[in-house]
Write a protein that binds this ligand. Structure first.
Ligand SMILES: Cc1cc2nc3c(=O)[nH]c(=O)nc-3n(C[C@H](O)[C@H](O)[C@H](O)COP(=O)(O)OP(=O)(O)OC[C@H]3O[C@@H](n4cnc5c(N)ncnc54)[C@H](O)[C@@H]3O)c2cc1C
Length: 429
């Protein structure tokens, strides 16, 4: 169980900090990792938790949280140290993001889009093949992006969904980049683009296509389009069930010129990453790992009569409540174990077993977070689902996880079933 780590602080009128979701000693994390993860947890609990209800109610982007993330160095969490970032690896980022998700789902999910711009172009790209010249050019270009983030607190987003089969990885992206002198002209549309209207750069996945050429996934480009560039517009409203603070509206690109240095990855490297570094698509899950923990934390506090803002009524003595808590704890530990293993072993060229485990981890977290939240509402009862308390928001936010492409819960099931039964290239003919 997670319990407050500092009861004296509560007595002194200060906030008692929660214990980490993954205890550093038990999960064998080093001091540097534990420090970064604590930084995220403390900011989440002491600041973001208090703001989350308003962002959710108004479907408003958490701008203030981003200023705090910048001040805490967390906008550059995965930027290599030589570029002024914290140099966090994949696992450290995932554990820190889970702690943010525990207190504000929308902040964690949008922070993920931002961080992936640096994680994919940073530690992940370092494990991919590039010749010397390409590597040098990538190093020069990413330095431009990283400097903006570290020094100016600039925010990146990651719109790839288009409403067709591209986001699931089936076909080439319909958003096209036509090569011109000094860069590209981009045309297209992205739906559910979190941070729309709030990011400074949209990290757009698109297909490079010359006149008369056929679109191919191999020619995917990953370009940072300035939000203020001519031809970029944000349209449509945003009034969803959950994750309301993500402000995931529609982006339109009409003849947007973007210069060569906008490339977050060199030509061909995104396609290589998608083939060889599949855990890059597991990065939406940490937010929901945090939400699963949050639903459990809420239930313990509520049944113990310790939920701030509610009368100190204890409900923990009923055997049915105890059984429900036991079921939640078992589910949570199952999710944590699978997910921790998957984020720890993320690497280039994973084995088949590791890839299947990554799908299983994604499925377990995305479905499990909502199952725990559902059980929490049933167990805590009617007063616990009022909008004055965070549980109903946790429940709605957690419902969104299994919808997220490319690894929706359905697609994970499809892939696990198929890839477990067939070796690559195998057919029944
Ligand atoms: C809160 C929130 C924030 C988001 N933020 C972003 C963002 O920042 N950037 C971004 O790019 N996207 C984002 N998304 C978009 C998300 O990944 C989906 O693209 C979006 O939910 C729309 O998907 P859909 O279910 O309508 O897609 P559809 O393509 O209509 O798919 C419907 C369902 O069919 C199944 N399906 C789809 N394709 C296949 C297939 N080939 N084979 C079998 N089954 C299939 C899937 O299970 C899917 O859930 C966000 C979504 C949410 C909910």
């Amino acid at each position: 169980m997670t319990a407050p780590v500092n009861k004296n602080a509560a007595a002194a009128g200060k906030i008692a900090l929660d214990a980490p979701i993954f205890d550093a000693t038990a999960f064998r994390l080093n001091d540097e990792q534990a420090g970064i993860i604590s930084r995220a947890r403390e900011l989440g609990q002491s600041v973001f938790a208090g703001r989350a209800a308003a962002y959710d109610r108004d479907a408003k982007f958490p701008t203030e949280n981003y200023k705090d993330l910048h001040r805490a160095g967390l906008l550059g969490i995965s930027i290599p140290k030589q570029h002024g970032g914290l140099g966090a690896d994949y696992q450290t980022y995932a554990l820190a993001a889970a702690e943010i998700g525990r207190y504000c789902g929308a902040t964690a999910l949008t922070w993920n889009m931002h961080v992936c711009s640096t994680l994919w172009s940073g530690p992940l790209a370092d494990e991919l093949d590039m010749d010397r010249d390409m590597r040098a050019e990538h190093e020069r270009r990413r330095a431009i992006h990283y400097k903006r983030i570290v020094e100016d607190g600039v925010i990146y987003s990651q719109p790839f969904s288009e409403g067709g089969a591209a986001a699931a990885g089936g076909v080439a992206f319909g958003t096209e980049a036509r090569p011109v002198k000094g860069g590209w002209i981009v045309n297209g549309k992205k739906i559910f683009a979190s941070l729309s209207g709030h990011a400074d750069y949209y990290g757009v996945l698109c297909t490079e296509i010359a006149e008369g050429e056929k679109a191919s996934r191999r020619n995917t480009l990953y370009l940072a389009l300035p939000a203020k560039a001519d031809g970029v517009s944000v349209v449509g409203d945003w009034d969803p069930l959950g994750m309301r603070g993500t402000v995931s509206r529609t982006l339109l690109f009409k003849d947007v010129f973007v210069e060569e240095d906008a490339a977050l990855m060199p030509r061909g490297v995104y396609f290589q990453a998608a083939q060889r570094w599949p855990h890059m698509f597991l990065t939406l899950s940490p937010t929901y790992m945090g939400l699963a923990q949050a639903a459990y934390d809420f239930t313990l506090r509520y049944l113990r009569g310790e939920m701030p803002g509610t009368p100190p009524v204890k409900r923990r003595m009923y055997p049915t409540k105890q059984i429900a808590v036991a079921q939640m704890q078992i589910k949570l530990e199952q999710i944590k174990a699978t997910w921790f293993q998957a984020v720890t072993e993320a690497c280039a060229n994973p084995s088949k077993e590791q890839v299947l485990r990554a799908y299983a981890a994604q499925y377990s977290v995305m479905e499990g977070a909502n199952e725990i939240a559902t059980l929490a509402i049933r167990t805590c009862g009617g007063q616990a689902m009022l909008k004055s308390l965070p549980l109903e928001r946790i429940y709605r936010d957690s419902r969104c996880g299994s919808l997220m492409l490319p690894w929706t819960a359905e697609l994970c099931l499809d892939r696990i079933g198929r890839e477990a039964l067939y070796e690559a290239g195998e057919t029944d003919d």
